[in-house]
Design a protein around this ligand. Structure first.
Ligand code: SAM
Ligand code: SF4
Length: 457
């Protein structure tokens, strides 16, 4: 039992739906977007199974469908809307089927209105902060045949103890904080995920302890801005406490904001002796101070370079990855060239590059989206070409070394195992036998743009 009143309400509706749902009823959860959504979907699955639904395969008919959506770029929204639309005919054949749309798109008032108006087969929508109310919404759809739309609840409570069905037995996401206060001028996240709120450190540490005891080998702490975590302890202290837990595991975290990357955090990674992954995802977004200012990123390129220097002084072989947006409103050729210069100077291990996508409601949506489409495409191609020269060089430094790799799968087409190194590099390797979900030592023989290639020792 839990003392958390919010979960008591969820638990009550879980029992009510369980008593009502058809025997043998199945569910499907489809997920778009980031790891935070993946983690939310694991809770949604947990609630579905607690209500007595069993998992359906994609394509099979089922009694409950929940689509967990992403709003970060227009393309993600279009994809989700088309998938949601596909359930219209299934609902016509099976009017008892319940369809829910949750996640970031459901928190946008225009999208919610569109779903209400044009997707009449959708029974409910719920924004990310309200996923614990899904059992209640299902109950309403079952008993009152009413459609529900939860929007603008501004819910800031954190509901602990929601049941979870994890996708992996040896890797786990653990959310440590929700929401974002940064309001980067292009970004929809603060509007759809609400203000920053951090979980209690004791709850996080106890969840990690249980995961490790159950055999989990890789824990990734999640937050839109994970290093602004704030409760009785700060993020550096939190990761230190988790890394000190007994057991054989590796700790990762994402995503960090440069403004919250403290010396204490860098020191925590160094002092963990490899228990905390020597990989730092540090989104730069642009190499031009003018663009960074208009993006409201609150750091200069000089400050960013200082952080990179500190990371490398402290942990010389650390892997650093980043996010870049090309074609932000007003980005000139000179601004873009400064981004290329930044890439050449920093020499990131990996770059995730995105073409700017205007998001209604954000500050930059009020500015003219004035970089022509063909220029945006040309810029992203130039950027990826440059990074295509840097990434192999960053991978080659591991040749001849032995890396401790967590085995993830076996690729029959190449007859190799696939795993992940402490630096978060994909490793493809041959071995007489390797066990999925266990660590194995691999000697690195060569490097490609996107992975390391080796042989088990
Ligand atoms: N919180 C993280 C941060 O501060 O960088 C990541 C948030 S977001 C889920 C992941 C990435 O999407 C961002 O780093 C940014 O590069 C990109 N992104 C966000 N809004 C975008 C937009 N409107 N157009 C294109 N890319 C965008
Ligand atoms: Fe979006 Fe900026 Fe918050 Fe990241 S820090 S989620 S980019 S507003």
């Amino acid at each position: 039992m839990t003392n958390n009143p919010s979960y008591e309400m969820t638990a009550d509706y879980i029992s009510r739906v369980k008593a009502l749902r058809k025997k043998g009823a199945t569910y499907l959860v489809l997920t778009f977007g980031c790891q935070q959504n993946e983690a939310d979907s694991e809770k949604i699955r947990g609630m579905c199974e607690a209500m007595g639904y069993s998992p359906a395969k994609e394509g099979d008919s089922c009694e409950l469908v929940i689509v967990n959506t992403c709003a970060i770029r227009a393309h993600a929204e279009m994809k989700a809307l088309s998938v949601i639309g596909n359930f219209k005919s299934q609902k016509l054949n099976n009017p008892d089927m319940i369809v829910g749309v949750v996640g970031c798109m459901a928190a946008e008032s225009e999208v919610a209105a569109k779903i209400k108006r044009s997707f009449r087969f959708v029974d409910f929508t719920a924004e990310p902060a309200s996923i614990h109310r899904i059992p209640e919404l299902i109950y309403t759809a079952m008993t009152q045949r009413e459609r529900s739309f939860i929007l603008g609840s501004e819910s800031c409570e954190i509901v602990e103890d929601i049941p979870v069905v994890r996708q992996s037995t040896y890797r786990a996401w653990v959310s440590v904080m929700y929401g974002c206060n940064n309001f980067c001028s292009y970004c929809i996240v603060p509007y759809v995920r609400g203000r920053e709120r951090s979980r209690d450190s004791a709850a996080i540490i106890s969840e990690c302890r249980e995961l490790i005891a159950s055999g989990v080998k890789e824990i990734t702490l999640l937050g839109q801005n994970v290093n602004s975590y704030k409760s009785d302890i700060n993020f550096a202290q939190l990761i230190t406490k988790i890394a000190e837990l007994k057991g054989d595991f590796i700790l990762r975290f994402m995503t960090s904001h440069p403004k919250d990357t403290s010396d204490e955090l860098i020191e925590a990674i160094r002092l963990s002796g490899g228990k905390i992954s020597p990989h730092f995802h540090l989104p730069l977004q642009s190499g031009s101070d003018t663009v960074l200012r208009r993006m409201n990123r609150t750091y200069s390129i000089e400050r960013f370079m200082n952080i990179v220097d500190k990371l490398r002084e402290s942990i010389p072989d650390i892997a650093i990855s980043t996010d870049i947006i090309v074609g932000f409103p007003g980005e000139s050729e000179q601004d873009f060239e400064k981004t290329l210069v930044a890439l050449s100077k920093v020499r990131f291990d990996m770059v995730y590059a995105f073409i700017y996508s205007e998001r209604a409601g954000t500050r930059s949506a009020g500015w003219e989206d004035d970089v022509p489409k063909n220029v945006k495409t040309e810029r992203i191609e130039r950027l990826l070409k440059l990074q295509g020269e840097i990434s192999p060089e960053r991978n080659e430094r591991f040749i001849g070394e032995v890396q401790r790799v967590l085995v993830e799968s076996f690729d029959e087409s190449e007859n190799t195992y696939v795993g992940r190194s402490p630096h978060n590099k994909q490793v493809r390797f041959t071995a007489e036998k390797a066990e999925i979900g266990k660590f194995i030592d691999v000697r690195i023989d060569s490097a490609r743009i996107t992975c390391l290639v080796g042989t088990a020792k």
